[in-house]
Design a protein around this ligand. Structure first.
Ligand code: SF4
Length: 160
């Protein structure tokens, strides 16, 4: 057997666009919230303060730090375990302000193309053999995960 015939295929594969990321349900490893803290513009600072029932000054003082590169912008504070609003329960991450979290957090798309999600999968503490049922105890989330990692057109995947 020779490997020569495979070379054009390898070249074609590496020249192609990377696959479009497929969103998976978040398995709450927390890696993204440990690593990144959102920047908040003046409008979002006001919105978040109102949603949390705080004055703007209190929100800024308690939960943010200065961000000198953009005038009027602040960054959520980091503690030694990540974002100031990040909490862990039984090894899974939870955002303490999830219903009113910043837009950039809502926009974050968990997928197996995100290095943070892959890292989270590697570092999750669970049973010695990680099962999909342990990862996604909710049947609907498990179904969405399987759908997301099934090759082919996601719109043509049969639903349960
Ligand atoms: S506000 Fe919530 S979702 Fe956003 S980084 Fe902090 S813990 Fe994560």
């Amino acid at each position: 057997m020779t490997i020569a015939p495979t070379l054009p295929r390898v070249a074609r594969v590496t020249a192609e666009e990377p696959p479009t990321p497929r969103e998976i349900p978040c398995f709450r490893c927390g890696v993204c919230c440990v690593r990144w803290q959102p920047l908040l513009g003046p409008e979002e600072l006001r919105r978040l303060a109102a949603d949390l029932g705080l004055s703007l000054a209190t929100l800024k003082r308690r939960y943010t730090r200065a961000y000198p590169l953009r005038r009027g912008w602040r960054q959520l504070r980091a503690t030694d375990q990540g974002c100031v609003f990040l909490a862990f329960h039984e090894g899974r991450a939870a955002c303490a302000i999830h219903p009113v979290r910043p837009q950039v957090c809502r926009d974050w798309m968990p997928s197996l193309e995100q290095k943070e999600c892959r890292e989270g999968l590697r570092t999750l503490e669970g049973p010695p053999l990680l099962t999909l049922e342990w990862l996604y105890p909710e049947p609907e989330e498990l179904r969405r995960f399987v759908e997301a990692v099934t090759p082919g057109d996601p719109s043509s995947t049969a639903t349960a």
